[in-house]
Design a protein around this ligand. Structure first.
Ligand SMILES: [Zn+2]
Length: 816
């Protein structure tokens, strides 16, 4: 039954106007005029790359608003593996943030946004490695689907398919674009798609070269296009639009400056018909590509010449005429596409605004969600008939400039888990059903359906159900309705490192959102034996109005050999989930629901480090991880750093990119160096070379340079160049086993040109590369120790990798 409802839902998504993400349509008259001009252009472009922020936003702005073609960006991944410069989210949560940043960017530059189910598993040096993780054939299937659905005349890649593309994901994106360019036209490829889309042969495949890549080879094949124009309807040049759009990538620190004037983009013909003069050489961008469309063309010319910006509603009869003429055409891509465009313009000309609102942000799974739909027709002299709202026939005329309100209710709300997170995923790919291919967000998010009739044109509209409130600083804020499970739980930590014979306590906090569940019995489930948990069941009894209950359980090991295990919670036969919330002002609030789970992991650790002062950089979860192994951590306020303060600590740790973030730290470095001379330990995690706030980041003058070298294979070979080095021996004896189980990568932004005064006890490399000694540098100064490390402790420690914890404690420990 659920399945059945689901398909009806998706079918209607395809047929209606869904305003959740794709280029927000403003109702200003200049936007209306631009949309009207777009009506007369029949063209489609797909930009194809690997990550959020790979796309050329200036080109997207130019294509969407200067050339007025349908412009889409396919980012194969959601950028889950990048670094986060605005907070501590990593992996899936960073992907959620970057998805929203891309949608914000597209709202500004006029493009549409699509994704495949490939997971950004971190930096990759080769396309072969990338394809192993991604399941190449499956990502090709999705790319082909998107091409068949969008029918692009041209496909443009950001990268070349070889080493010049750099990152393995980049090279892989170019390889996939080329294969998909061919496969989309081949009916024997992915024939299961052909009951919903047709094979499609794009005219050409181009590579949008860039100065940041080495442009060797034959230059005569390359096309140059000026995209630096000014658009008077938008009041901006494409260089200005792209700066605002690009600056949405805030988690990547990609704030960009605007530009004006001639701006040449360079393209290399890769496949298909060669372009010599223009991107659209030999492509008809007019209505003549649709048979018998002369009446439509004539009607559009009349529409454009008669448009009155101060009275857009006067264009509605002509738009209705165009719509009627389009309905007479043979069925096909452009008929469907242009019908929707006309309907959108009619809505804008009528000044119609529709919102569906709930009084609260969050509802409970399985329960009805009451909401109100507000409709207002803001332009005069427009007759709008409301035909239906949700399943209800209405058949009433809407008043002009009066907000009409209609009560509605979703019968049974389903949990609003992002669709790509509903099934377990592999390290390289989300598990996504074909109905969802390409969507940036849930196409089946809770929504209301409205059908209007304006000048004889029936228009279906789907509006997401939202929670609207006023924030004293931000003003009016809209968030999508969240539907959560009735009971959720969260652990104080996502992993627990436990020594042989040690007993640890773990706090679990339960939340309930449903007054019905008063007495709840929870089973604690372990995935493997070797551990003792007490108690094994938790009885929660909520008092009237009580929302949360915290419980503490005790965990210890049994037997000699402990094995890593996951600890989860079961209620009513189902695993309890956690609510994870991501809030930033520049994007919509994001919520997802992973299984509430913590990992129990054995560790043999000697930790003499009692108290650490932490200077936070771009944001990381190392402090929590250190608390997990019994070290107290104080986050230091940079302004208050003094010799007296530092002496309280066994060690001072710099968070990732601290010297890239905070200029004030530079002024405090002499105090920090004095602390080292007097016997302190300072551990500095990686910084990057650009926007480094100080060149004197080390107590030793001209100590080393920071490069972009990485070791990206998490299981890369590591050599102990000096096994007797104290850092490999005290207080924990480090062996090859401590390098097992690392995640995503070994390290990044390695040091080079290292002063011989440093010890570099580790050397490592990815396959077929020379060993590199720039991951760990130690320097004795006075009675203390300075450590600079590019190892990815910021990933390993929060993930509870035992060996990384043991090694990090050695970095922090005083040397004898
Ligand atoms: Zn990229």
């Amino acid at each position: 039954m659920r399945q059945h409802i689901f398909y009806i839902f998706l079918a209607s998504v395809f047929a209606t106007h869904f305003s959740f993400a794709q280029s927000a349509f403003s109702t200003s008259s200049s936007d209306i005029q631009l949309q009207m001009e777009r009506l007369d252009v029949l063209g489609s472009v797909l930009y194809f790359a690997a990550h959020p922020d790979d796309e050329n936003t200036k080109l997207i702005s130019y294509l969407a608003s200067e050339r007025k073609v349908r412009t889409a960006y396919l980012s194969l991944t959601r950028g889950d593996g990048g670094q986060n410069l605005i907070g501590t989210e990593q992996g899936i949560e960073l992907g959620l943030i970057r998805t929203q940043e891309l949608l914000q960017a597209r709202k500004l530059d006029g493009g549409e946004q699509y994704f495949s189910s490939a997971f950004d598993f971190g930096f990759s040096k080769t396309p072969d490695e990338t394809f192993n993780f991604w399941q190449k054939q499956e990502v090709l299937r999705e790319s082909v689907w998107i091409i068949r659905k969008l029918q692009p005349d041209i496909i443009i890649t950001r990268f070349p398919p070889d080493e010049r593309g750099g990152h393995g994901h980049h090279q892989a994106s170019a390889i996939l674009a080329h294969e998909a360019f061919i496969a989309a036209a081949d009916p024997s490829m992915f024939p299961e798609q052909l009951n919903r889309v047709e094979p499609w042969q794009a005219k050409r495949l181009l590579w949008n070269t860039a100065t940041f890549m080495r442009l060797n080879g034959d230059d005569s094949n390359r096309l140059r296009v000026d995209i630096g124009q000014y658009n008077p309807l938008l009041g901006k040049s494409y260089g200005e639009i792209s700066a605002v759009s690009r600056s949405q990538h805030k988690s990547q620190g990609f704030g960009a400056a605007s530009s004006n004037g001639v701006s040449l983009e360079v393209f290399e013909n890769v496949a298909g018909d060669k372009a010599t003069e223009d991107l659209f050489d030999n492509i008809d961008l007019s209505w003549s590509r649709v048979p018998n469309s002369e009446p439509v063309q004539t009607a559009i010319q009349q529409l454009l010449s008669a448009f009155a910006p101060d009275k857009p509603q006067q264009s509605i009869p002509q738009l209705a005429l165009i719509w009627q003429e389009i309905q007479k055409l043979e069925d096909g891509y452009w008929k469907e596409r242009k019908s929707k465009e006309v309907e959108n313009i009619i809505l804008a000309c009528a000044g119609i605004k529709i919102e569906s609102l709930t009084p609260q942000l969050r509802s409970i799974e399985g329960q009805p969600v009451p909401f109100q739909t507000e409709i207002v027709v803001r332009n005069p002299d427009v007759h709008v008939e409301l035909l239906r709202i949700n399943e209800k026939e209405v058949g009433q005329s809407l008043p002009v400039n009066e907000v009409a309100t209609f009560e509605g209710s979703l019968p049974k709300a389903a949990i609003t888990q992002p669709y790509w997170l509903r099934m377990p995923h592999t390290q390289g790919k989300f598990d996504v059903a074909p109905e969802y291919f390409g969507y940036p967000m849930n196409p089946d998010m809770p929504a209301a359906y409205v059908q209007l009739k304006i000048a004889g044109v029936p228009i279906d509209i789907q509006t997401p159900i939202q929670y609207r409130y006023v924030d004293p600083v931000r003003g009016e804020v809209h968030e999508y309705l969240e539907v959560a499970p009735a009971v959720t739980a969260s652990f104080e930590t996502n992993h627990l490192l436990i020594q042989q014979g040690e007993q640890k306590t773990l706090q679990i906090t339960f939340q309930r959102y449903d007054e019905k569940d008063k007495e709840i019995e929870i089973d604690i489930q372990l995935s493997s034996p070797g551990w003792k948990v007490s108690p094994k069941k938790l009885d929660l009894s909520f008092r009237e109005g009580q929302k949360t209950i915290a419980k503490t359980i005790e965990i210890s090991s049994v037997g000699a050999e402990q094995v890593e295990t996951s600890l989860s919670l079961v209620y009513g036969g189902q695993k309890i989930q956690e609510i994870r919330e991501i809030t930033y002002n520049h994007i919509r609030r994001q919520t997802w629901f992973p299984d509430a789970e913590t990992i129990l992991r054995p560790i043999a650790l000697v930790n003499p480090v009692k108290r650490v002062g932490y200077i936070m950089g771009a944001g990381d979860l190392v402090p929590e991880a250190l608390r997990n192994i019994g070290t107290a951590v104080d986050l230091l306020d940079v302004a208050k750093i003094s010799s007296a303060l530092l002496t309280r600590y066994d060690a001072i740790v710099f968070g990732v990119r601290a010297l890239n973030i905070d200029t004030r730290i530079t002024q405090k470095l002499p105090v920090v160096y004095d602390y080292i001379r007097n016997g302190g330990v300072v551990v500095m995690q990686y910084n990057v070379n650009s926007r480094l706030q100080s060149e004197h980041f080390s107590p030793k003058p001209a100590p080393f340079t920071i490069t972009r070298t990485r070791v990206t294979e998490e299981d890369a070979q590591v050599e102990f160049t000096d096994p007797t080095d104290p850092v490999l021996n005290y207080p924990n004896k480090i062996t090859a086993r401590d390098l097992d189980g690392w995640i995503q990568e070994r390290g990044l932004y390695f040091a080079e040109d290292i002063d011989p005064g440093y010890r570099t006890p580790l050397a490592m490399s990815d396959k077929n590369e020379p060993l590199h000694n720039g991951s760990l540098l130690l320097y004795r100064m006075g009675k203390g120790k300075f450590v600079y490390t590019s190892l990815a402790f910021f990933r390993q420690l929060p993930a509870g990798v035992p060996g990384a914890n043991r090694l990090f404690v050695n970095l922090l420990a005083k040397e004898k």
